[in-house]
Design a protein around this ligand. Structure first.
Ligand SMILES: [Zn+2]
Length: 694
């Protein structure tokens, strides 16, 4: 796994929960109900009063958007991702619930107990803060700043998450066959550094509410109001200093900005105030001589901060993160306060998510390749894998054909691009070899203990990679996940069984709809190998230029066109005196490039497939041509509603564009769209100037 590179690149952002899932402890755990089947192509979603050439998203999704507001327990509600995500989670819940009641194997007993411990809110209430007491005692014993490393390391060694920075093992960016140690920036509780440092009214208000939240949490933990207010101020001060020293998300997308190899001795010279020798010993990593310091400026600032902040401030900081990281698994008073700020205020979620959903997701995160084994047996038939293999090959061929015809690329670069494409590895459904969880001890009556032991297990699993050969069979997503990713160091595309379901993947419908769904998803992931970030890596996964200088210049002009285009799109409209939030074209450039490439090559693959079946793109089904059904199938993947707060948060943190622009941004850049709907040049969806990279 790669810790700090913001890679692998996903199809969709994993919800950002500020380190602590704002998920509920619903007192009645409202009864799970089987979700309805999801239509791959839904004529009822279409808004026929809209003009597809003016606003294709409104045309394809307008009725769905109107009739499907965000449910109270969600912040974003998308026709494909959310509905399928809810379905997969329900199916997984059935499995976990059965395993918790009558396990049929030691593995089922293990994940059944993990799930059951989470569901037992009565016991959570009874235990109160007791499970965190050993951590609080360690923190209280902190005497001076020199001991900070020792105390923080002990907390992490016992399973509390390390919050000051990230440490782990990753592939060396320049030699992907090596697995090396790496450290990177972290330490914040709010979703992004902007929340601490931007001086707008909106962020000032959020910071004020954050301080109120901190104060309430400290008070709940037993501190006097005066103490709690002082502690809250210290936490904000330390986190603000860390935020100022952090590299922006946009800059972190550039591999060269997060690759700085240091000898261990030089790194320790950079941070003399934080004793990393003690830290590395505590987390039991094997000895090493050099490491990647992803963000050296951050560590310089952390070092200064250790000396300048009084020891009392550090105690408050550690105490806060201990509370915060467990908040949704503490008694209801803590849970509710956590939800009120991180769920309601920051993300606009009206009600907490039911407990059964929280516990199902938590078990999947911890033991995904255990629960996934049975899940794929039930929900991913071998025929689906075979069909998917064929689709991926068709898409890879389409990109190969596309590369051959690119007018701006030299033959030398085309050859290098084809070589990289030929080396892309396809991983479909689930791992060939399942992860072994036998050393993870799970106790049915010890929720916090399970979480801590799991965190130790996951860390040791990662650190154990140090210096070992890379295992290409490993996965970074669990089988029931509705998502997909490309990993530039592995140069592989990964499609969990969870997304290979309707409405993405459905062989009861015509090929046009399937190519608009899973076809574009496959095309998107393949194109990631060739977006502004992925194109810096060669076929072996090493950072190495393979384009000629002139081609790289032409490529960069083309990606700049995409970045400028998307910077002009609005992510959230002006509201109640808060100005509109525009999309960040540079932050979303890789995803937008992948969306544009994916739409083009899936269309090319569809043409090949139809031709082989003796059909054409102009054949009609239910009043729509195959071409129209392709674009509608694609657009309907992205129908969504989102709360205003969440849309604003996503615009700053999510490298993906919102649904509207994933649709309208891409069709604007693809001539075949205008032809399919008989649009005329100059209409909004067929602008005079469009962008094209691949
Ligand atoms: Zn992506």
């Amino acid at each position: 796994m790669n810790c700090f590179r913001l890679a692998p690149v996903l199809l969709l952002a994993v919800p950002i929960l500020a380190g602590n899932p704002a998920i509920a402890q619903a007192p009645d755990a409202s009864k799970p109900a089987p979700p309805a089947a999801i239509k791959s192509f839904d004529p009822a979603a279409i808004d026929k009063t809209a003009d597809p050439c003016t606003d294709f998203y409104q045309y394809s999704c307008g009725n769905w958007v109107k009739n499907n507001p965000v449910p109270a327990d969600q912040v974003r509600w998308a026709r494909s991702f959310s509905l399928l995500g809810e379905r997969n989670r329900y199916l997984l819940w059935e499995e976990l619930n059965a395993a918790a009641t009558s396990p049929k194997s030691p593995l089922e007993k293990q994940y059944g107990d993990y799930f059951a411990a989470c569901m037992n809110t009565g016991l959570v209430e009874q235990k109160g803060l007791k499970p965190l007491e050993p951590a609080f005692q360690r923190i209280a014993a902190l005497k001076d700043a020199h001991q900070l490393a020792a105390v923080a390391s002990e907390l992490e060694a016992e399973g509390s998450p390390m919050t000051l920075f990230d440490f782990g093992v990753e592939q060396d960016e320049k030699d992907s066959s090596k697995q090396i140690a790496a450290v990177g920036q972290a330490g914040l509780s709010l979703p992004d550094r902007d929340y601490y440092i931007v001086d707008s009214k909106r962020f000032q208000d959020i910071r004020k509410q954050y301080v109120e939240h901190l104060t309430k949490m400290f008070t709940l933990a037993g501190d006097t109001p005066a103490q709690a207010a002082k502690e809250a101020a210290s936490v904000l001060e330390i986190e603000t200093a860390l935020a100022k020293a952090s590299t922006s998300r946009t800059d972190m997308r550039q591999p060269e900005n997060r690759y700085h190899i240091y000898t261990l001795a030089d790194f320790e010279k950079l941070t003399p105030n934080f004793d990393f020798t003690v830290y590395f010993k505590a987390v039991k990593v094997r000895p090493f001589d050099s490491l990647n310091v992803a963000t050296p400026d951050f560590f310089k600032a952390l070092n200064d901060l250790v000396a300048s902040e009084p020891v009392g401030a550090w105690k408050s900081y550690l105490r806060w993160h201990t509370l915060h990281s467990s908040a949704s698994n503490l008694p209801k008073a803590f849970f509710d306060e956590n939800f009120a700020f991180f769920g309601k205020t920051l993300a606009g979620q009206k009600e907490p998510t039911p407990r059964w959903k929280q516990c199902t997701s938590m078990t999947d995160r911890a033991l995904g390749e255990a629960v996934g084994q049975d899940w794929v047996k039930l929900h991913f038939p071998p025929q689906a894998k075979t069909s998917m293999d064929q689709l991926v090959v068709a898409l890879e061929k389409a990109l190969g054909d596309d590369i051959k015809t690119l007018p701006w690329m030299s033959d030398a670069t085309k050859k290098a691009a084809e070589e990289k494409l030929a080396l892309v590895r396809n991983k479909i459904g689930y791992p060939e070899k399942w992860r072994d969880y036998s050393s993870l001890k799970v106790e049915r009556g010890d929720l916090i203990g399970n979480l801590h032991r799991n965190s130790v297990f996951a860390r040791e699993w990662n650190l154990n990679h140090l210096g070992k050969p890379v295992d290409e069979k490993e996965w970074g997503m669990t089988p029931p996940t509705v998502n997909a990713y490309y990993d530039p160091s592995f140069n592989d595309i990964n499609f969990p069984a969870g997304i290979l379901q309707p409405p993405f993947f459905d062989f009861t419908v015509d090929p046009a709809v399937n190519f608009g769904g899973i076809g574009v998803v496959i095309g998107h992931e393949i194109t990631h190998g060739f977006d502004d970030e992925g194109s810096k890596y060669d076929g072996k996964g090493n950072l190495r230029e393979w384009q000629t200088e002139a081609d790289r210049k032409a490529f960069t002009e083309r990606t700049k066109c995409v970045a400028d285009e998307y910077s002009g799109f609005e992510a959230a409209p002006a509201k109640d005196g808060t100005p509109a939030q525009m999309l960040k074209g540079e932050l979303t450039l890789g995803e937008n490039t992948a969306d544009n490439g994916g739409l083009r090559i899936a269309y090319m693959a569809l043409l090949d497939t139809l031709a082989a079946q003796g059909k054409t793109i102009n054949d009609k089904i239910d009043g729509y041509t195959e071409a129209q059904r392709y674009f509608l199938g694609f657009a309907q993947v992205w129908c969504q509603n989102q709360t205003d707060q969440s849309a604003r948060q996503s615009a700053l943190t999510d490298p993906h564009s919102p649904g509207r622009w994933r649709v309208n941004g891409t069709v604007q850049n693809f001539d075949e769209f205008g032809k399919a709907f008989g649009c005329t040049k100059g209409q909004p969806m067929v602008p005079a100037n469009s962008c094209r990279v691949w």
